[in-house]
Design a protein around this ligand. Sequence first.
Ligand code: ADP
Length: 372
Amino acid sequence: MKVGILGGGQLGRMLLQAAANYVVETYVLENDEHCPAAHLCHHFIKGDIKDFDTVYNFGKQLDALTIEIEAVNVEALEKLEQEGVKVYPRPSAIRIIKNKVTQKEFYKNNGIPSPEFVVTHNLEELREQVSFLPAVHKIGQGGYDGKGVQVIRKEAEIDKGFDAPSVLEKMVDIKKEIALIVAMNNKGETAFFPPVEMMFDTRLNLLDFQVCPAEITDEVLWKAEAIAQKLVKQLQSPGLFAIELFVDNKNEVLVNETAPRVHNSGHHTIEASYCSQYDMLWRIILDYPLGNTDPILPSSIVNVLGAEGYSGEAKYEGLDEVLKMENVFVHLYGKTQTKPGRKMGHVTIMAKDRSDLVYTANKIKHTLKVCS
Ligand code: ADP
């Protein structure tokens, strides 16, 4: 079977690592020939994943396609689907999710709990929404990693908003941020990975750190799984979906956003789950049974980011020390150049006790440094 991946970043790289366990011929489309996935696929094609002709010509030789990012040419995927190429997730699902306006409207129309919102098309319309504040303004298309999000607490801050189609979302009193990955196969069967919890420990300067399983009550877990089940059924698409959720101070569970693909919040599943999110997606694409999502041990992830003040060829300080730690798994993405904040890799930690996870995560955060 010939399967293509649109995008060759770290998610594509880990997807290809998992593909090595199956009989599958892999193709990657990506503009940067030095991308993390380039040398792990059978066939690398240089090209723009946003361009209709490039995506169409890439896909028409293949049996199936998947994505590692949703900023792709959906029209080309729709044409390919009509011509019989299987696309995971379906282009109709990518189209809904790709734009935050249509994504939020989808939640509303399908009774999926999500923060209350209004749509604004430009700054003028935003300025009329003073009574809706405090709120969070999110650009419809093109925002990622917090770049398309502005917190607007009061009228004086309203011009921080976007002069483009966006959603203005009521500010939620967040108790916890969790993420849940759900998988659906071609038969409509589903499997849920245990939710992970995002930790924001400013005291320890541990801003980028996640623990699995999330510390939540059964009631919150059931709510989250019911939401995920409904969401994936209504999207009517096989594939893997990462749902970011807020738990508010009344223990209500609300969808923040969904990614229709393998996701950063599922990196730990490589070592810490019987079936990883990457393996799960291959099982779906290749029409094999869904895998076991149970955790082997509790785990956490620390992201390896380029240190402030260093740009150029990457050097890893403290790597030996981290590689000596027990039940610690280092993943470097093969990027040769570092810059401040660039995601260069991640480290997975496994331990029975949550306190050990936090301790080791903190230690790694202060030991491993990406310099130049
Ligand atoms: P991105 O897609 O760039 O990651 P998100 O929509 O996930 O952006 O928002 C980034 C962060 O902003 C969230 O993780 C959360 O902490 C905060 N946030 C987003 N929406 C709200 C909201 N409605 N109320 C309160 N905080 C929010």
